[in-house]
Design a protein around this ligand. Sequence first.
Ligand SMILES: [Cu+2]
Length: 275
Amino acid sequence: MAVGTTSSPQAGAPVRWRRSARRLTPGQVALLREAFTATMAIGDERGYNHFAGLHGLPRPMDCTVAHGRPFFLPWHRAYLYFFERALRDQVPEAMLTWWDWRTPTIPAVFAAEQDPEGRPNPLFSAPVDPIALEQGAAARPPVLAAEWTERDPGAPGTPPLPTAQDVQSALEQTDYSSFTEALEELHNRVHLWTGGRFGHMRLVEFSSFDPIFWAHHAMVDRIWRLWQLGHPGARPPASILRTALSPFPMTVEQTLDTTALGYDYAVSTSSASTP
Ligand SMILES: [Cu+2]
């Protein structure tokens, strides 16, 4: 069973599953790590550094589109879609995974410093673009972070991760603008909790260099997908549907059906039937 079964996939577009990071098979983890490692080795527009650099520094394409409501959810859906394509260009079977932060720990596949072969785990930490670091240092006030991404989960003074109840209340919102506002607030808490005192996830300038950024945003995207299934017909304002989500060649409207984009979310509660 999958959450997408109430809407029919478009003919000809095979639907692939983004699975929970805690439910990946060892083989799926290996593919994901292979894909991250491969994109991290590419210095041009196909590479990890390029994609991570689109979100904050050094190439903030359009902050207001990415983080201003009502574009937050569509922009990040397009962002994940094109990043996942970049992963799959290197490792065709790889898929993004989602971090279900209702269980308040970082999944082992992201938390481990090494993979089973003893190599550095590409899901644990990634290098930050040196140009981004320079730009941050030159900003007034300066925005400083380490050259490799770090986390400081649950440090004193950070908000707790959203609970199942928090997610449920967001899902119960009946109009798009209340829903996206509630979900973006939960999302902010995850950035702050993960980044703690010094981690990159707390800084919009650098957060997308941390490999867990993608799993965090896949969880956000999944919650949007669940909300869409529960509220058929509830959509972003009609006035923005034809707006392109710069720098991606995709409009808001084109993000609305994940099955048309070729993916959906596997349920997390039933291991036996999860595809
Ligand atoms: Cu975010």
